[in-house]
Ligand binder design. Sequence first.
Ligand code: BJW
Ligand code: ZN
Length: 243
Amino acid sequence: MEQLILDSKTWLLVLTGAGVSAESGVPTFRGMDGLWENHPIEDVASPQGFVKDPALVWRFYSQRRAAASAVHPNPGHDALVAWERHLGDRFLMATQNVDGLHRRAGSQRVVEMHGTLFKTRCSKCKRTPFDDTTAYPEGTVPTCGDCGGKLRPHIVWFGEYLDPADMQRIEDFALRGSTSGGRFVFLAAGTSGAVYPAAGIVDRVSEAGGETWLVNLDPPQNASSFDHHVTGKSGEVLPKLAK
Ligand code: BJW
Ligand code: ZN
């Protein structure tokens, strides 16, 4: 296997997707054929879907909350913790995963680009998102104690903007890495490269002169954009990849 060298001049930006949690037992999106209980994922993960059937959306997220709470980080998550300990502030991870497994494994420099299953916010007022691990019983749509509006999962749904502060943090890191005089590396693992803006990061890094690595089970849609390819399961590849 090709080795990724992490030395004192390396800046590393990691992007993870559902494949990194697959070996923990969390189903991937494309693995579900983009369906949950026969509903297209866009119907349960979009603002339109929430307006149409909020109880269905809450059933989807309550189920996933419970499932994510019941599983554990795998050796792929652990390898990323070790890389962060080694690189310190020269490491940043952007994850599309909402399952919280990176933080539970011990990763600290993490941007949860698509939000988290374990926070809830009000769909109506500006109340700050709050920690919430409740798996609401079927049919429940929780309401806001402040304004009576419907509460919703703190997740970035299709057609919604990512938090600009999260995007800024990724861009700032990429700028510092690519102008550091050292070596700027981007590594994507376990993601199908189908959902933007995450899928576009690789091209931005290449344009900035960075080196790009891909660790995935199947070739993703944007595979040709990467300089280095390692095919395999992230839980098996990541622990052996760096030196
Ligand atoms: C393994 C493995 C193992 C398996 N080891 N690997 C530009 C072009 C075209 C469209 C757009 C565009 N810009 C924006 C859009 C629209 C849209 C979009 O991208 N659509 C595409 C479908 C084309 N994007 C958005 O709507 C985004 N918002 C936005 O851009 O706002 C601006 C805007 C406003 C108004 C109108 C239009 C634009 C928001 C996207 C939010 C995504 N949200 C979701 C669901 C919510 C989260 C949740 O409930 O969980 O996030 S979608 C879903 O896909 C989820 C995931 O985070 C995301 C990415 O999936 P991921 O992680 O890649 O998983 P999979 O399953 O796809 O792939 C797993 C991979 O792992 C596979 O390749 C396997 O081979 C591999 N694998 N086991 C290693 N053990
Ligand atoms: Zn409210």
